[in-house]
Design a protein around this ligand. Sequence first.
Ligand SMILES: Nc1ncnc2c1ncn2[C@@H]1O[C@H](COP(=O)(O)OP(=O)(O)OP(=O)(O)O)[C@@H](O)[C@H]1O
Ligand SMILES: [Mg+2]
Length: 361
Amino acid sequence: MATLKLKDFRKSFGKVEVIKGVDLEIGHGEFVVFVGPSGCGKSTLLRMISGLEDITSGTLEIDGRVMNDLPPKDREVAMVFQTYAIFPHMTVRENMAFGLTIARASKQEKQQKVAEAARILQMEHLLDRHPSQLSGGQRQRVAIGRAIVRNPKVFLFDEPLSNLDAALRMDMRMEIGKLHEQLDATMVYVTHDQVEAMTLADKIVVLKDGRVMQVGTPMDLYHDPGNLFVAGFLGAPSMNFLQVDVQTVEGDDAKVGNAALKPINVAHKDRLNGSGKAILGVRPQHVEAAAPGEGMLLGTVEFAERLGSETVVDMVLKDDSKFIAAFNEDKVFEPGQTVDLVFDPAQAHLFAPSDEVETVH
Ligand SMILES: Nc1ncnc2c1ncn2[C@@H]1O[C@H](COP(=O)(O)OP(=O)(O)OP(=O)(O)O)[C@@H](O)[C@H]1O
Ligand SMILES: [Mg+2]
């Protein structure tokens, strides 16, 4: 277990700055998940923490100690990659012990630590196999085992499950959650998978273009996104954004268009400047079909996806903007059909049009 502190963390490759001043504090035993679009700097941040990549400026502290100039092996961090990075010619046992062999650990220490990791990962019966005789999930467990035997202060995971099929991902996701509980370890985890982020994280860090857009618990970010980017990034399908005219804002209530949509969650009232153009965010799951003529919006169906438990309908509104509704039942919709839609304003979010700025909680 360890605390981790990143202070004004920056990284440039040549003249291009890709990490643009990240400040972050991670507590003892916390599970922190980095999410953000491809190329936003998630892997670079992990590699800077692990020591695989230099820190251009800023400081990295682990347990209060500045680590910037220490080589990877002395930082007491262990990284698990997307590709398993295990050696095909070695057995599971040898692969798991690899870091200890390099560190010239005694035979007894190796045996004891590998046995312990194998027990935690339920791999005792596989120790003498070679990687080619293992499933994808088992191979990834070997890579995790190799990290465990090093007894690191911090585990760094870079999309460890993204090469696995859906069912295996779910199993492994639960195993990683259990592992975190058992080891009580500080973990930093990068993923593209929203379910992994929402279920595993104590704290999610949303990144964009090398900057932190928001930090918070999964539910904080989902229910109270601090800006348009976070609102659109978390949640599937993505939140709908409607252009609206705000007539008045009083307290936490806003009057929008002709309908008095209140109460609405006004994110950052100060940025709304009272009345004027704004963006109303409505999650697809918060939309319901109404009786004809009684909707707040009228959508024309483009196509519908029936998932059994849910029906996701892509529509266009009168002003030609796209709108997605997710109804939590199996329903048939025909292309061209119009649907009256309602939503509870209390579950909607109002943003200033340029509200993409960072909001660090
Ligand atoms: N060695 C390098 N030299 C130059 N540019 C690099 C190097 N490594 C990464 N970059 C650039 O830095 C930016 C961040 O890359 P990074 O790999 O951290 O993104 P990421 O968030 O992990 O993306 P993904 O989700 O696709 O894995 C990208 O624009 C990338 O092209
Ligand atoms: Mg990456």
